[in-house]
Structures are given as C-alpha cells and as structure tokens.
Design a protein around this ligand. Structure first.
Ligand code: NAD
Length: 239
C-alpha cells in the first residue's frame, strides 16, 4: 500500500502503460482520476475516468475544474498520454509533426501548468512524465516523436527546479520506457520489433506493468529524495 489515501491523476489511462499505471496505483491504495481522449468506463470503485484531450489547453482547463470538484488535492500527476505519427523526415507532413508535438509535449505542459503550482503551494507532490527510449537515442522515422520525448525530459528537469523552490518540495521525474507491448507497437513491423528486442541486454520487450512499477516507485515516498531524474526502464537497451 505505497500510495494509501493518495490522489493521482493519470493521463492516457484507458490503455497500455497508462492503464497499467492506474491499476498498480489502485492496488497500492490510491484514488485515481484517469483521463483519456477515448471514453472508458471505470473498472474500479476508486477510479474515475474522464474524457479529455490533453493536447487541447481549454479542454484541460475544463477537466481540471471537474477534477477539483471531485477531489480536494492532487498528490500525484502522471503524464502518460501519447501518440506516434511516424514517417521518414522528407515524407513527414506538417500535420504529423504538429499532432505528435501537441499530444506528447504540449499535452504534458497543459496539465502540469495547472497542477504543478498548486502542489508547490501545498509543499507536496510527485509528477512523473513518460518520455521514451526514443527521446534519448532517437529513431529513424520518428523525428517528431523523438523531439517531443526529448522535450519532455527538458521540461521535467526545469519543473524539478521550479516546483522545488520556496520549500515547494514537489518532485518531478521522467520515466523513459523501452519498447513495450501495447497498441502503440501494433504498427511496428515484426523485424523492427526483433531488432529492438535484440538491442536489450534482457533480450525481450517490456510488459506495461514493468513500466508501471517504476512509475509507482517514483510516485511513492520510497523515492522521497529523487527528483529531476530520468529513469530508463528499457531492459538495458543500447541503440
Ligand atoms: N509502447 C511503447 O513501446 C512505449 C515506449 C516508450 C514510451 N512510450 C510512451 O508511453 C506512453 C503510453 O503509451 P502506450 O504504449 O501505452 O500507448 P497506447 O496507445 O496503448 O496508450 C496511449 C493512450 O493515450 C491516449 N491518448 C492519445 N492521445 C490522447 C490525447 N490527445 N488526450 C488524452 N489521451 C490521449 C490513448 O487513447 C491511449 O489510451 C506514451 O506517452 C508513449 O509515448 C511507449
């Protein structure tokens, strides 16, 4: 029960890694507000699912009002919603570039700008941003995604400094998952998945729960002296 009586907001909670994070938080005693662009029924009495588009600033402000009407304070924010729109650079459209930046980079800013300062005023909180192995190593056909995920690391380090000021005591960290078996991987060709798998020391892809457990650590008091860090959860990948 690492998160007993904690209130957590998790974006992208309908599927994949976000859903695993919601599950592991619930198992550890948290009350979870899950946000997703896809409407989803709650599957646990301590979980409320709300529809929201993280890339849309006005929609985030609307859903934030809803959150404050449901719970007193947010202790943990996990920015997990993400998309890919892959293309080799000369074929990448402006729309593909803008969509990925809007969801994966601005989407992280949209909620953190609302919740982070309140955490700082309360002098308590943990924010975890989901980056990617691609934000660290780069990847062919993913310049948009790599830019967004590297940008998430820059924002994480900036916020770790900003929200800790004046006794703020808010910890901000990133998790950079390796390739994980979710819907996002469905469009990746089998030979590429094998290549990524072979580039790990453990010789396999991740399960969503293995990423969620790292997020649980950073969200909990076990990580009370960890901030401004990027936790690589990639099976020892070297690209
Ligand atoms: N799967 C991987 O291999 C992998 C690796 C590294 C990082 N990541 C990152 O992990 C996070 C979760 O990815 P996943 O693999 O679980 O993908 P997924 O597609 O299974 O889940 C992503 C979720 O985000 C939601 N979402 C998409 N756009 C949204 C928006 N505008 N507003 C709100 N919700 C939105 C989707 O509806 C979905 O439920 C993403 O940030 C992704 O970039 C994934």
């Amino acid at each position: 029960m690492l998160l007993k009586n904690k209130i957590a907001v998790v974006t992208g909670a309908s599927n994949g890694i976000g859903r695993a994070i919601a599950d592991v938080f619930l198992e550890n005693g948290a009350r979870v507000i899950g946000l997703d662009i896809v409407e989803a029924e709650s599957w646990n009495k301590n979980l409320t699912m709300l529809k929201a588009d993280v890339s849309n600033t006005a929609d985030c402000e609307r859903v934030y009002q809803k959150i404050t009407s449901l719970v007193d304070d947010t202790d943990i924010l996990v920015n997990c919603a993400g998309i890919t729109r892959d293309a080799i650079t000369y074929k990448m459209t402006e729309e593909q570039f803008d969509q990925v930046i809007a969801v994966n980079l601005k989407g992280v800013w949209n909620l953190t700008r609302l919740i982070g300062p309140i955490m700082q005023t309360r002098c308590s909180g943990s924010i975890i941003n989901i980056s990617s192995v691609v934000g660290i190593f780069g990847n062919i056909g993913q310049a948009n995604y790599a830019a967004a995920k590297a940008g998430v690391i820059g924002m994480t380090k900036s916020w770790a400094k900003e929200f800790a000021r004046k006794g703020g005591n808010v910890r901000v960290n990133a998790v950079a998952p390796g390739y994980t078996m979710t819907n996002m991987m469905r469009t990746v060709p089998k030979n590429l998945l094998e290549k990524f798998q072979n580039a790990t020391m453990l010789g396999r892809l991740a399960e969503p729960m293995e990423i969620a457990n790292a997020v649980l650590f950073l969200a909990s008091d076990l990580a009370s002296y960890v901030t401004g860090e990027v936790l690589n959860v990639n099976g020892g990948m070297r690209l």
